[in-house]
Design a binder for this molecule. Sequence first.
Ligand code: ADP
Ligand code: MG
Length: 724
Amino acid sequence: MSGNEGRVKAIHQIINRELIPPKPPSRLEDIWAENVFNLSKMQASLPKTVFKSIKKTIVTGEALDPSVADAVATAMRDWAMAKGALYYAHVFYPMTNLTAEKHDGFISVQGDGNVISEFSGKVLVQGEPDGSSFPNGGIRDTFEARGYTGWDVTSPAYIMETDNGSTLCIPTVFVSWTGEALDKKVPLLRSIAAMDKAARKVLTLLGNDDVAHVNSSCGAEQEYFLVDANFASQRPDLLLAGRTLFGKAPAKGQEFDDHYFGAIPERVQVYMQDVETTLYKLGIPAKTRHNEVAPGQFEIAPFFEAANVASDHQQLLMTVLRHTAKKHGFVCLLHEKPFAGINGSGKHVNWSVGNSTQGNLLDPGDSPHENAQFLVFCGAVIRGVHKYGPLMRAAIATASNDHRLGANEAPPAIMSVYLGTQLEEVFEQIKTGTVKESTQKGVMDLGVAVLPELTKDAGDRNRTSPFAFTGNRFEFRAVGSSQSVSGPLIVLNTMLADSLEWIGNRLESELAQGMDLDAAIITVLKEVMEAHSAVVFGGNGYSEEWHKMAVEERGLSNLPTTADSLPVLKEEYIEDLFKKTGVLTPVELESRFEVYAEQYILSIEVECKLVINMAKTMIYPAAVEYLSKLSSTITSLADLGVTFDKTSAQTVADLTNSMVGAIGNLSTALEKHDFATTEEKMTYCATTLRPLMDAVREYADALEGEIADSFWPLPTYQEMLFIK
Ligand code: ADP
Ligand code: MG
């Protein structure tokens, strides 16, 4: 195919495609969790004592009694086989943002040549995938490639249905044979345990005598783009890098604000319903769907769940979004910035902590007593963000998210906390020691304790803050759309654990010296605010002034790129944080730095190669072909004695030459390999390779605006964004 033939064909196919008819709606109650081996299915199929034991582990996080594994395995297998599964898979979450699976059959061949199906407790509890092909950041050498998966009892097993059959999937942790975490789940579970321990200590000090296991919750809002597969298949950049590396902005973009919350296109709605049905069967509580700001962009948000389950469900949700898209002739783009100049995609991580006895600890509640508790936990979060803001930044650092952060659509790369006017005022008063009856009705009430009473919906929304209090939780808004939520959750839980530990110790020592509880709380919170209020910011996070003020006056870090922020993982205070909370050993932390850095470098190198390749083999030939057409026209016209303006031909020739020059520069730069350190190589990617890639693109995009459309080989922004 030459010129625009492929594009024209694609448009025909899209316009004439037969829509997949929407499935008849099922009753939610009938399909809900039908593919999940959850507590109620366990209760129905397990002996009473076994069920009691496993329920205890799931609810309280207590160690699993190994003697129950066989009974659970048998019940799980029978359930799965009755649903048509012949295989099971240990599902795990390596240090990439991906989900990995190792499939094995239930089949067991007997001595007499017959087969039986077998699934023992031992196999349920532990698996051994060939770990060598997963990034380990130097923890394992390939000659000792063993990696083990271990059953995570707290996240339910489920059946993944595909057109090729059903598989029983068992969420697992993934560790090296020496016991180091090689995944995102182990540290997440450890961070919850650390936070639980510190939170319970503080809750007890605050006078609660019944304190249950404190867990962390997460509700993630996922943004994504849908592009017709007929277009995507003609864009090597979308296929291999997940984003367009070329493409001129369309005449109309998102400036009319006509897409956000607009009517969902019919074809997309059918897709969404298909996604939701699958999610419901998997016990994933999809709750909100709408168009997003950019044309072709959408959002799905499930109801929040316990962090560990929410994290597994988030991974599953991304898989379901992608798989279902294929069925509907779409490609689902989870990349943070698929289209330059058009809003990118994020994943807002709503996060809180709580338990069954005290409830949501970040909910201001109704009574002064609950308020005190809330202020202590909220103060702990503020301290955490101030001390460990750079770590939060590092937790969302990827090559793709760098395109979003700091741009004028997503929160800046400076970590600050938005509290809302009312709460900000309360904390300001605590800091200055002027806690008094408020003049504003309903805002403060001294009540019994010397503490303010808060109304629930404390203040406005601030879309420009990376980390905002939203009434009963914090919303980490700077997380990237393609990321696993585990990394951000690990950081949030760990820094909260550290702050609560510190606050607990301070309270303890004040109480030991005879101070009463209310006074001790105020004293400690005052200290927290004196040291950490610089991180509280309610203004416009996108503004130039903030960038200046944050760094110069408030001493906050602005770490615009991954190359700037990942090295934070190597700093001593970060190593100490993870070590003392028991979330990551120094070796594990170091390996994470190596893996994330490597991924950053690799993804930029892949993009560079793609840019060179596409510019040389697709854009250059189109330009030359068009030039030759122009020049033969010019020659023929001259033969006829007609004068013809040559400016356009000159422009195309100039741009083509400049592009060839830029390709040359990028190719040469890509050849450099002598870097002393990983950090140096990352910086080179950020400051040399990226700008050189952009230079090629600039000429190519300008050419797109000059060359006859019928010669242009790549589906355009206009087509990809607007034709559904
Ligand atoms: P918005 O777009 O206004 O931020 P959404 O309704 O799209 O809000 O998403 C809010 C998310 O926050 C949902 O996933 C919701 O379940 C979640 N959420 C609500 N309460 C909590 C909580 N206590 N902990 C964690 N997440 C929560
Ligand atoms: Mg939202």
